[in-house]
Ligand binder design. Structure first.
Ligand code: HAM
Length: 421
């Protein structure tokens, strides 16, 4: 009986992994120009980290986390990370990084886990590339992370995405809006979906971006959070908007976008694509000024985003992406003497950085040539008793089919000159 992968967990095979590597490399290059440094955080954290930071009433904490008992500590629970922000902030607080320098610009890449219903662009193990800028409350850093993302999308050639922008206010003005919205929803409570009705008191904002048609209808004329912003939040948001416009980044205001995580305040955003179907957010994020303190640190602000690598590569796959090149050289050998001569040569050349392939089992010349073709080898080196006796080997260029005889003493220099740069 075959053992299959867990539902919603998928393999990334050669052929598609090259796109992933390319995307990761582009991200590293661009993030470095914005002075973000990589942080690697654990995949497993204490459950409390997520319930406290994401919020008890969020879909993730209520029903999507992979949680199990910690055998080492009675009564404690562990969770496979559903996102990266909480872990990064935990690491920042725990290591007291802020004592040396509070401003930290960090990025991470890796798998996240949410027990959602799998569909196109939605997995249970998925991958995020995310950035978190900690220690700065000025609106320009919000813009900086958005520009970084925009630069990244341009670098990978992602087109026709659109940026949706909102401000969720702060601890001063959000409660005022919350009351306003609650009063509005209470009047329409009976038409809301079960989920929204259940959490209307604890989290009324969620009704605004509920996917149910009935909630959509019911909240059509709901008050807008943008009308409730306090002076400081209004100013902050105005600078974000002006700076984005000046940088030539188009956006749409979406006052109904509340995001599915409770730590957000002020600027929030989602970058969506029309080509993704229902799961249309490629990247999303925002500001979270209370989170460091919520997790036991000093009052230090933060802003960041994460993008879904599966969704990104789905969009890129429709375009022509770079394929992994075949071997620079494929060694075809005939007879045991040729094999024993070629094997150490291949090792030497590999150590010098040449990409080479060679078989271990004797095969006909024809079948080895077919294999070289299949692997998309650039050249083939043919080794047999005859060639070794004459001290002259044949190298065949697979693209133009031209053959060249090379003397043994020149062979390594000549082959190394073919190394891809
Ligand atoms: P999020 O909106 O939950 O935010 O996820 C960010 C992105 O991860 C989504 O836009 C999507 O591309 C991808 N994603 C989420 N769930 C799945 C899934 N089940 N399958 C495939 N892709 C998925 C966060 O996680 C925040 N931590 C972002 C952030 C960083 N905010 C501030 N800093």
């Amino acid at each position: 009986m075959k053992i299959t992968a867990v539902k919603g967990f998928s393999d990334i095979f050669p052929g598609e992994v090259e796109t992933w590597q390319w995307v990761e490399q582009k991200a590293r290059e661009i993030f470095a120009t914005y002075c973000f440094a990589e942080i690697r955080i654990p995949i497993l954290e204490k459950t409390e980290l997520f319930s406290r930071s994401l919020g008890e009433t969020t879909d993730i904490v209520e029903k999507e986390m992979y949680t199990f008992a910690d055998q080492d500590a009675k009564g404690s629970l562990l969770t496979l990370r559903p996102e990266g922000t909480a872990g990064v902030v935990r690491a920042y607080v725990e290591s007291e990084m802020y004592k040396i320098e509070p401003v930290r610009k960090l990025y991470y890449m890796g798998p996240m886990f949410r027990r959602e219903r799998p569909q196109k662009g939605r997995l249970r193990q998925f991958h995020q590339i995310g950035v978190e800028a900690l220690g700065r409350s000025d609106p320009l850093v919000d813009v900086e992370v958005l520009l970084l993302l925009d630069d990244f999308f341009q670098a990978v050639g992602l087109e026709s995405t659109s940026l949706q922008l909102n401000s969720l206010g702060c601890v001063d003005c959000r409660p005022v809006f919350r009351e306003l919205l609650l009063a509005f929803l209470k009047e329409r409570e009976e038409v809301l979906c079960g989920n929204c009705r259940r959490r209307v008191e604890r989290n009324p904002l969620r009704a605004l971006d509920c996917k149910e048609q009935r909630c959509n209808e019911a909240t059509k004329n709901a008050p807008s959070i943008l009308d409730s912003l306090c002076e400081a939040c209004r100013r902050h948001f105005a600078i974000v908007r002006q700076s984005l416009a000046k940088a030539g980044v188009d956006y749409t205001l979406n006052p109904r976008m509340v995001r599915g995580l409770d730590y957000y305040c002020r600027t929030t955003f989602e970058w969506t694509s029309g080509q993704l179907g229902a799961q249309n957010a490629v990247a999303a994020g925002g500001r979270y000024d209370g989170l460091v303190q919520e997790l036991g640190g000093p009052p230090i602000p933060g802003v960041g985003f994460a993008m879904g690598v599966e969704r990104l590569t789905l969009l890129l796959r429709t375009k022509e992406t770079e394929k992994e090149a075949g071997p620079t050289l494929y060694v075809v050998w005939v007879g045991a003497r040729a094999r024993d001569w070629a094997f150490p040569l291949v090792h030497r050349l590999r150590r010098r950085g040449l990409k080479i392939e060679m078989e271990g089992e004797p095969r006909s010349l024809k079948s080895q040539m077919r294999r070289a073709d299949k692997l998309r080898a650039a050249s083939v080196l043919i080794v047999g008793d005859d060639e070794l006796d004459r001290e002259k080997l044949v190298v065949r260029n697979m693209a133009n089919k031209q053959q060249q005889e090379i003397h043994l003493k020149d062979l390594e220099i000549e082959l190394m000159s073919r190394k891809a740069t």
